[in-house]
Design a binder for this molecule. Structure first.
Ligand code: IMP
Length: 202
């Protein structure tokens, strides 16, 4: 049985990533839920010790819900490259190094692909969204967006690996896309739709 979140009027977003905060706030806008950022509450970011997107999403949301006493929503996401056995995966943020330099992270993907010798450029984004209550209960959903990688990076919209990702059926990258167009097809939107169906409409 899913736990309903229909009565929730205020929730804390357990993320310190500005790009994700912007996208999640945009996705929540139609639901008239007040969104409080973890950073504004001074909540610490827990170490991501999980081995999957779902484990990391749950540990972040559970920590924020326990510390704030509010329902918390977290996002753990990343890029999985087929020819690299799914890397960088849960290490997507870490490939950008301490300076969060995604130019560096995208060059590393390109270099490792060249090194692999594989012509396969398929990749997919994954997003696990976890909604946790202060009693520790979590409802978690995983969404995906499939496509191909292109080099050099194109477009300055979006964030992270968006400039090298061409979703299936599109000829512009997520980095070149209007934010609303990305929201219609992204891994985050996929997970979000599942969460709305399961927790906010019943
Ligand atoms: P984490 O979930 O905070 O560990 O970090 C996820 C990382 O995956 C982000 O810092 C981005 O590099 C990457 N990522 C997740 N979602 C997206 C997206 O929608 N576009 C581009 N990169 C993304």
């Amino acid at each position: 049985m899913r736990r309903s979140a229909r009565g929730v009027k205020r929730l804390v977003l357990a993320s310190h990533n500005a790009g994700k905060l912007r996208e999640i706030a945009g996705l929540l806008r139609p639901f008239q839920i007040e969104v409080v950022n973890a950073g504004a509450l001074g909540l610490a970011e827990p170490e991501e010790t999980g081995e999957t997107f779902v484990e990391n999403a749950e540990l972040k949301a559970r920590a924020a819900a326990t510390a704030s006493g509010m329902v918390a929503l977290s996002d753990d996401s990343g890029l999985c490259v087929a020819a690299l056995n799914g890397q960088p995966g849960i290490y997507s943020a870490r490939w950008a190094g301490p300076d969060k330099d995604f130019g560096l992270a995208m060059r590393r993907v390109e270099d490792e692909l060249k090194h692999s010798g594989s012509p396969d450029r398929r990749a997919h984004f994954v997003c696990a969204l976890s909604l946790c209550w202060p009693d520790g209960h979590c409802e978690t959903f995983q969404g995906e967006a499939h496509g191909q990688l292109v080099f050099p990076p194109r477009g300055a919209r979006g964030f992270g690996y968006d400039p090298i990702f061409l979703a299936d059926g599109y000829d512009i990258t997520f980095g070149e896309m209007d934010p609303d167009a990305k929201h219609a097809i992204s891994h985050r939107a996929d997970a979000f739709r599942q969460m709305i169906d399961a927790c906010f409409t019943h």
